[in-house]
Structure formats: C-alpha cells, structure tokens
Design a protein around this ligand. Structure first.
Ligand SMILES: Nc1ncnc2c1ncn2[C@@H]1O[C@H](COP(=O)(O)OP(=O)(O)OP(=O)(O)O)[C@@H](O)[C@H]1O
Length: 230
C-alpha cells in the first residue's frame, strides 16, 4: 500500500543548528503514529515538514501522490486548510471567539456559511463532554476543556490527517489521557490519520506505530500487535 504521507531523507538546519539530518518517515491513511524522542531531537521540525509548514533544505515530502515540499505556498496553504487539521500544546484558541466559533473556524475558512458551520460544530460539544460550553471564550475554559475545543476544531472538517504537537503537554496525566482517548476515538471513527508528537510513553501508547527521532533521524520502532500479526 502506498503511504498517505512519505518523507524521504529530510534535512533542515536553523542557521548553524541542524534539526533534521536525513529523516525518513511514512504515514498510512487512517493510522495513529506517535513521534517520540528526546528534547531537541527534531520532532516538531519533522511534524512541520510533514504538514507543509516548513520546507526542508533537502529531501522530499509526498502527500497523496503530490510533492508537498516543492508546491507553491498558495497551494500548500490551501492543502493545509482543506485537508489537514492541527492541535497544538496550548490549544491556541482565538480568544475573541466563542468556543463554538472556534470549532467552526476551519469550516468558515473553507467557505461554509456561518449557520451551517455552527450547526456542524455543535454536536462536538456533547461528543467531547463540553455541553454548555458553546458560548464561552477561551479565558472561561479550563486547560482540559480548551484542549477539547481545540481538538474539535482540529477534527470538525474531517481532515485526512490531524497533526498534533504535544497535545497533552500542558495537561495533568488524567486529563491528558481523556483528551487522547477522545482524539484517537474520533479520528478513527472518521478515518483521519493522526501524527502525534509526544515525549510521554503513556500518550504514545494510544498510537498504532511509534517513530523514534534521535539527532534529526527517524526510525520506526514498534508495530502494534495487530499490525505485526497481519
Ligand atoms: N525556529 C528555530 N530557530 C532556531 N533553531 C530552532 C528553531 N526551531 C527548532 N530549532 C532547533 O532545532 C532543533 C530541533 O528542534 P525541534 O523543536 O524540532 O525539537 P523537538 O524534538 O520537537 O524538541 P522538544 O521536545 O524540546 O519540543 C533544536 O536544536 C532546536 O533548538
């Protein structure tokens, strides 16, 4: 099977600092892949290259048969908007918007009318245990609630890939596990692949596969039992 995303031999330096030194990685459609590794090893840089946010100095990134790293920025940003979802460590909700407007945002950016976008956003509140939070702004939500709103925003437009950079990093471990369960459950239900950067083994345990990044190189280290068996 051809991978949905394939990165080959990526290198990227920030000035004198090499962040990636020949990283290769494949992401299959619908799988949950955890990117692990020590601090500063290049995990976030790799994630940003896979998502077409950063352009590697050399190497190739292919998404669904299209070359992502050489694509003009306008096309890449359209691809990110229409095909990818994002969740970051600190939610990064838009503080001026209500929770439901934040969730609806990816749909609004794709051109969905406001009423229809809000109608699609609302069921996510019950689904993620956020009933009654629809009209709150981010300052009126706990960290775990805000992260669930960010998760709904990342998934609402049914992206092919959800990129999550330390999505539980700012949460206590119980809240983090709840967010992971919801994230992986909802992603699997709608066939969204998840590429997850984490340094927590308990978080990585939700993944089908794990890639270990060390010194700017990636190695897939573990297959889930059902994949090994098949
Ligand atoms: N914008 C930047 N400017 C300069 N150096 C950077 C930048 N982003 C990352 N780096 C450097 O590139 C290397 C890889 O960083 P990266 O953030 O990818 O690592 P990481 O594995 O995600 O780390 P952490 O787990 O601490 O978040 C590090 O040495 C880092 O200092």
């Amino acid at each position: 099977m051809t991978a949905l995303i394939e990165a080959r031999d990526l290198t990227l330096s920030f000035g004198e600092t090499p962040a990636l030194r020949g990283a290769s990685l494949a992401v299959e459609a619908g799988e949950v892949l955890a990117i692990m590794g020590p601090s500063g090893s290049g995990k976030s840089t790799l994630l940003h290259c896979l998502a077409g946010i950063l352009t590697p100095d050399s190497g190739e990134v292919h998404f669904a048969g299209r070359r992502l790293d050489t694509m003009p920025e306008a096309q890449r940003s359209a691809l990110r908007r229409d095909t990818f979802g994002f969740v970051f460590q600190f939610g990064q909700l838009v503080p001026e918007l209500t929770a439901e407007e934040n969730v609806a945002l990816p749909l609004l950016l794709r051109g969905t009318k406001r009423a229809a976008a809000l109608a699609e956003a609302r069921p996510w509140f019950a689904r993620l245990g956020l009933d009654g939070m629809e009209r709150r702004r981010s300052g009126e939500l706990s960290g775990g609630q805000a992260q669930r709103v960010a998760l709904a925003r990342g998934l609402v437009a049914r992206p092919q890939v959800l990129f999550a950079d330390e999505p539980t990093g700012a949460l206590d471990s119980l809240t983090g596990e709840q967010v992971m369960e919801l994230m992986v459950g909802a992603a699997r239900e709608q066939g969204t692949a998840v590429v997850l950067v984490t340094h927590e083994p308990r978080v990585a345990a939700y993944a089908d596969r794990e890639a270990m990044v060390r010194d700017g190189r990636a190695r897939t280290t573990r297959l889930a039992p059902e994949q090994v068996a098949s």
